[in-house]
Design a protein around this ligand. Structure first.
Ligand SMILES: C[S@@+](CC[C@H](N)C(=O)[O-])C[C@H]1O[C@@H](n2cnc3c(N)ncnc32)[C@H](O)[C@@H]1O
Length: 385
């Protein structure tokens, strides 16, 4: 399937430019960046490569058709006329997702249902058999993007989000999504030959993603199911060759990555997740208060993702924690670049140091910032006013 078509790679809001850079590094030319993702041109084979390598994406959508439909009946009629049998096995399993902004549709589920009816009716008529359908992401997936009259039909070649690498089998409260952690790391000044300290590591996502990046481990190597495997175009030999080429690029450099947390259960979870990701030997884990961290000689980076108090009353209790982060940065991390990822700007003010950069992210629906602090050696940081 070498024919070039339209590909849309989805990601979290605000990650589009980071994803676009990642795509460029993989040799692709982003055509446009929106709040939902990045558009580019490529073939089905490219979709496989993107699923294997991308760290900051959610899904790789491969455009199948663009149709005009004023309402659900027209969607059904048009979709019935498409050669689904060329791509979808009639005996497989199918899930449908959508974004719909059409005045005749009040509930996306109705659009999904009509599209499902069209695909199933078509396959039954042509192949004498129909696929099972449902909410599972273990088989083929379609995505409908329907805005006003224009409906774009995609094969979602990913299925379960790429952000779910498959290593986080043990979770802790408020874990950071893998794609977000990768985007945060890409936004820092960290170089793999420098120490990376991650106190308050929770389930270990930041440290694990750092180790995967530093070893050049393609994240898709950790998964064994993608939606593209359930399309006729899938060539397992080609996929195996892609994986072998990716494995050949993995390196084992000397790394100094330290992950710690005050909660022993979090450290256990982080260790076990790192083991599943194959990087546990590259990360030093400790159970301790972040103030006990002893940074190795600089330069290096230290990244903290403290709680940010979504419940009433939490905020008061967290003020001293943020103040202590500022003191710890100032007194113990000279020569380092410090980062705090937080969803509460008022609490961030209690860090009391001048930020060098403030980068905007979303964690789910929460407006977040990655605050960067240059922790100069040998002089006192000016207080933020
Ligand atoms: C928002 S979670 C971090 C989530 C993490 N980024 C992940 O991906 O799972 C905050 C973590 O900070 C830890 N923590 C809170 N106070 C701490 C302290 N004083 N020293 C070290 N860790 C602390 C909590 O136990 C919790 O695991």
């Amino acid at each position: 399937m070498q024919q070039a078509g339209h590909i849309f790679v989805t990601t979290a809001p605000r990650l589009g430019p980071i994803l676009a850079t990642e795509l460029e590094e993989l040799g692709y030319k982003p055509l446009s960046i929106s709040s939902k993702g990045v558009a580019l041109r490529g073939s089905f084979s490219d979709c496989l490569k993107l699923n294997l390598h991308l760290r900051t994406a959610y899904r790789v959508l491969w455009q199948f058709a663009e149709i005009e439909a004023k309402n659900a009946q027209e969607l059904y009629d048009q979709a019935c006329g498409l050669p689904w049998e060329e791509h979808l096995p009639a005996s497989g399993y199918l899930r449908i997702d959508s974004f719909v902004s059409n005045p005749t549709i009040r509930d996306n589920r109705f659009a999904n249902l009509r599209l499902k009816d069209a695909v199933v009716d078509r396959l039954r008529a042509v192949c004498g058999q129909r696929p099972d359908t449902g909410p599972g992401r273990h088989g083929a997936c379609l995505f409908l993007h329907w805005a006003e009259k224009k409906a774009i039909l995609y094969f979602d070649t990913t299925g379960e989000s790429l952000s779910r690498r498959g290593y986080r089998l043990t979770s802790t409260p408020a874990p950071m999504q893998e794609a977000l952690a990768a985007a945060v790391l890409r936004s820092t000044a960290w170089q793999p030959q420098q120490p990376l300290l991650n106190p308050m590591c929770g389930s270990g996502t930041i440290a694990i993603e750092a180790a995967l990046m530093a070893t050049r481990t393609a994240p898709g190597l950790l998964r064994d199911n993608f939606a593209f495997m359930h399309l006729h175009a899938f060539d397992r030999m080609y996929w195996n060759r892609l994986k072998m080429a990716a494995k050949a690029k993995v390196i084992r450099p000397r790394l100094t990555i330290e992950a710690s947390d005050i909660d022993p259960q979090a450290v256990q979870a982080a260790k076990s997740n790192a083991r599943t990701a194959g990087v546990s030997s590259l990360i030093r884990f400790k159970t301790m208060d972040f103030r006990q961290t002893k940074p190795p000689p600089p330069p290096g980076c230290i990244i903290l993702n403290p709680e940010y108090g979504e419940r009433l009353g939490d905020k008061e209790a967290l003020k001293p924690v943020y103040r202590a982060i500022g003191d710890f940065f100032k007194q113990r991390c000279q020569g380092y670049t410090g980062y705090v990822f937080t969803g509460n700007r008022e609490l961030a003010g209690h860090i009391g140091l001048r930020t060098k950069r403030k980068l905007e992210f979303y964690n789910g629906k929460i407006d977040c910032r990655l605050l960067e602090y240059e922790l100069y050696a040998g002089r006192k940081e000016p207080e933020e006013n």
